[in-house]
Design a protein around this ligand. Structure first.
Ligand SMILES: Nc1ncnc2c1ncn2[C@@H]1O[C@H](COP(=O)(O)OP(=O)(O)OP(=O)(O)O)[C@@H](O)[C@H]1O
Length: 258
């Protein structure tokens, strides 16, 4: 069963259009949405998160149209981390992560025992226990990203959507983040969908790729099957070859005289 499915999804913003898009995101797997700038990756993620409303067609979460799910119920099922921006509130890591429990609390009630246990669990999974009293502005980019992910985990949803979670991270922190997401995915079976630009990391860590081009899905499937020179040429307009080192795809542009 697909965790998320789109059926003839149509969405228009300015000159950009997603037209009759049908796609299935596999449940319990890690999927990367890739494609050139402006191809519609973030827009698709925001449609999944109900931040945008489709003009036509529908999105199903486990066969239920997402429009039929109440707002609070929806925030217990799907969460989305938007692209990280430089501004963040003047609060501690623990306070940030505790925001993830908001959809589970009744009215303005304070955190109960279960909320506190889940908060500790999220901090622990993201190796943030020793950072919990640190103010957000004192964290490095990688630590801040882990704190944001811990907040999303604390929400305890079935689906986690991440928009370019690796932006601004160096290669060590990109790997650390991908390892963390893989661990969460495998340990808890959470469906993870992320927009990524690093094709090699997307291919190495994700079970499936959705390759977008101009508002359409060019191809979707297993990275080993679909990441080809032809795809690089037709989607990114580059002449390059792909070499696998173990299962890590390396993209090498064909250029004489390197
Ligand atoms: N509010 C808006 N009004 C008009 N056009 C918009 C709006 N938001 C996004 N667009 C356009 O929609 C297209 C798709 O944008 P989107 O952000 O989904 O692309 P993307 O693939 O995520 O790009 P990137 O890799 O650069 O982040 C772009 O051409 C963008 O300019």
């Amino acid at each position: 069963m697909g965790a998320l499915k789109t059926k003839n999804l149509t969405f228009i913003q300015g000159a950009f259009q997603i037209n009759q898009l049908s796609l299935a995101i596999e449940e319990g797997k890690m999927t990367a949405i890739v494609g050139p700038n402006g191809s519609g990756k973030s827009t698709l993620l925001k449609l999944f998160a109900r931040l945008y409303k489709a003009e036509a067609g529908e999105i199903l979460l486990k066969d239920l149209p997402i429009t039929q799910i109440g707002r609070k119920e929806f925030s217990k099922k799907i969460t989305m981390l938007l692209q990280s921006k430089e501004t963040f509130p003047n609060i501690t890591v623990e306070e940030l992560v505790s925001y993830g429990r908001t959809p589970h609390q009744k009215g303005l009630s304070r955190m109960n025992k279960e909320d506190r246990e889940i908060l500790e669990w999220a901090l622990h999974e993201c190796q943030l226990m020793s950072y919990k009293d640190r103010m957000l502005h004192t964290l490095s980019g990688g630590e801040l990203q882990r704190a944001r992910i811990a907040m999303a985990l604390a929400q305890k949803t079935e689906v986690l959507l991440l928009d370019e979670p690796t932006t601004y991270l160096d290669i060590t922190h990109v790997m650390e983040l991908m390892e963390l997401m893989k661990k969460i995915n495998q340990k808890y079976g959470m469906t993870i969908v992320m927009v990524l630009h690093e094709l090699s990391f997307a291919g190495a860590y994700c079970d499936n790729l959705v390759v977008m081009k101009k508002g359409s899905v060019y191809k979707a499937g297993n990275p080993q099957d679909i990441l080809t020179s032809k795809l690089l040429e037709e989607v990114y307009e580059i002449d390059a070859m792909i070499k696998y080192e173990n299962s890590f795809p390396m993209i090498i542009p064909n250029k004489k005289n390197w």
